[in-house]
Write a protein that binds this ligand. Structure first.
Ligand code: KG4
Ligand code: ZN
Length: 363
């Protein structure tokens, strides 16, 4: 199985081999376009698709040589067919369809979200028994935050989603406000190490609902920057320095230099607000729907503190927890190849006339 992933700003190609003894990942190539979009402060769709056109043929060559295979030896071709940027999705899907037609092989259009959702079940080498057990799946990435009740392969019910920003988007936007780099998640995680998660009491929105909202949290950070309302740490109180003064310099702008823990405490408090919401809602859903497995996927699930706290919370409730390996949490084609392989095994195939769908829903 050869798969392409070009739904956003990452071009990726993977090759997965399966025989009677199981499957094995032979190649997984990813080309990031972060540098190309950085100066525009966001993803420019036309630049993304032009870059996919440049990178995809190179990655196909690289993947084929890493897998020691030729295109003519591939049995099926897959590509992400949505959701994502239309002009980006078209590149990967057109290449996969062209290869399938050219070599007279099958084609599978795969939902990007299904790729993430199944990724915790992926093992680079597997003995052939991939059982997608019923679970509550939390997909947290730059574009999506959703809770899905999974009954098995292709049996999905979305039970909660963000009503505004995705969790990863909140990480990215807040990192930008704090003058940190892109993508923001890893930057905030790095600065959060050793910080005080209670120093700033950020809002935990929509308690009791299965839906999520992160724009209020983002706005809370924005308002906090010039004019702050906080719970001062003990150290702060004992030093007698009002936090407002430490944060607001004489000119009214931030002065991290006057408080060397400030950035770290802000990042930790912000990260903890997101983690609290993700963990609480996921556990509540698992209990409500009586499933004994929780899975987490998508770029934000690279976050070590989220993984640790989700692992602790699930084990306290006697629930099993699975997450993908960190390299498989961010966008890649191995997860698309895996989903395609499981679908092919279950008798699914797409027709080459099937169009990409930028708003493809998970059903
Ligand atoms: O899954 P992904 O590569 O792309 C989408 O499908 O959106 O996710 C990218 C998102 C970005 O918003 C990035 O900031 C976030 O995942 N992310 C993280 C971490 N690593 C990546 N968020 C929090 N902590 C991390 N370590
Ligand atoms: Zn993704």
């Amino acid at each position: 199985m050869l798969a392409l992933e070009t739904s956003c700003d990452e071009t990726a190609v993977a090759i997965l081999r399966e025989d009677r003894s199981g499957h094995e990942l032979l190649a997984s190539e990813v080309a990031s376009q972060v540098a190309a979009h950085e100066k525009y402060g966001g993803i420019v769709p036309e630049i993304a698709s032009r870059n996919h056109l440049v990178y995809a043929p190179r990655l196909l060559d690289r993947a084929a040589s890493a897998a020691r295979t030729r295109m003519s030896e591939i049995d099926a071709f897959a590509a992400t067919s949505g959701p994502g940027l239309a002009s980006s999705l078209m590149i990967g899907a057109s290449i996969a369809k062209g290869l399938a037609i050219g070599f007279g092989k099958g084609y599978l259009g795969i939902n990007h979200l299904e790729g993430h959702l199944l990724s915790p079940f992926f093992e680079a080498e597997n003995n052939g028994d991939t059982d997608i057990k019923p679970n509550v799946s939390l997909i947290v990435s730059g574009g999506h935050t959703m809770l899905v009740l999974v009954g098995g392969l292709t049996i999905y019910k979305v039970i909660g989603r963000t009503v505004d920003d995705a969790a990863g988007e909140a990480f990215d936007k807040v990192a930008k406000m704090l003058g940190l780099g892109y993508p923001g998640g890893p930057e905030i995680e790095k600065h959060a190490r050793g910080g005080d998660p209670k120093r700033v009491d950020f809002p935990r929105s929509m308690p009791g609902s299965e839906n999520f909202s992160f724009s209020g949290l983002k706005t809370a950070v924005r308002y906090l920057l010039p004019r702050i309302r906080v719970t001062p740490t003990e150290a702060q109180q004992s030093r007698g320095t009002p936090l407002n003064d430490a944060i607001t310099g004489a000119s009214g702008s931030l002065d991290f230099a006057r408080d060397d823990k400030l950035l770290s405490d802000l990042c930790t408090s912000f990260q903890q607000a997101i983690i609290d919401v993700l963990v609480t809602k996921t556990i509540a859903a698992a209990q409500k729907y009586r499933v004994d497995l929780v899975t987490v996927s998508g770029g934000v699930s690279c976050n070590q503190e989220l993984r640790r706290q989700m692992c602790d919370a699930t084990s306290r409730k006697g629930i099993e927890f699975k997450s993908a390996e960190p390299w498989m949490c961010t966008d890649n084609a191995a997860m698309i190849a895996f989903a395609a392989l499981l679908r092919l095994r279950a008798g699914f195939e797409s027709h080459v006339t099937e169009e990409i769908d930028p708003n493809l829903a998970l059903v």
